[in-house]
Design a protein around this ligand. Structure first.
Ligand code: FES
Length: 155
């Protein structure tokens, strides 16, 4: 099936099976490897990207269903001059990644979260990211990173 997929501000002509998950198209067709395959069934959050600014588990949604929508991946987060997004900077500053496999999904989920609600309590951050799993147990650093990013974005 041929369709157009908008990713990180660019339109891509895609030819894939109708039910091919967005995650596979991003990684295998477009070479965007930020979103990770964790569980493949919507349970871990490693594959999180943005769709029209909202958090989306890319393993669950066929890419062919996203015509006319705007998908954003970790690769599209930095500014055109290469400046990292405040959430990316905060994750680095707080050393939130250990093996870092979950971090792209965490960063994208955090970006969506802070757009939706810029001021959050620690409990709200933990609750919102409850379904993004980190097998290294870096959750405390991840929460601190999101708090740091929220402070920077509020300035
Ligand atoms: Fe999509 Fe786990 S790979 S939620």
């Amino acid at each position: 099936m041929a369709f157009t997929l908008n990713v990180n501000g660019r339109a891509h002509a895609i030819d894939a099976e109708e039910d091919t998950p967005l995650l596979y198209v991003l990684r295998d067709e477009l070479g965007l490897n930020g979103a990770k395959y964790g569980c493949g069934v919507g349970q871990c959050g490693a594959c999180t990207v943005l769709c029209d600014g909202k958090s989306l588990r890319s393993c669950l949604v066929p890419a062919s269903a996203l015509g006319g929508r705007e998908v954003a991946t970790l690769e599209g987060l930095k500014a055109p001059d290469g400046t990292l997004h405040p959430v990316q900077r905060a994750f680095l500053t707080e050393q939130a990644g250990q093996c870092a496999y979950c971090i792209p999904g965490m960063v994208m989920a955090a970006v969506a979260l802070l757009r939706e609600k810029p001021r959050l309590t620690e409990a709200e951050i933990r609750s919102a990211l409850d379904a993004n799993l980190c097998r290294c147990g870096s959750h405390n650093r991840i929460v601190r990173a999101i708090q740091r990013a929220a402070e920077e974005l509020a300035r």
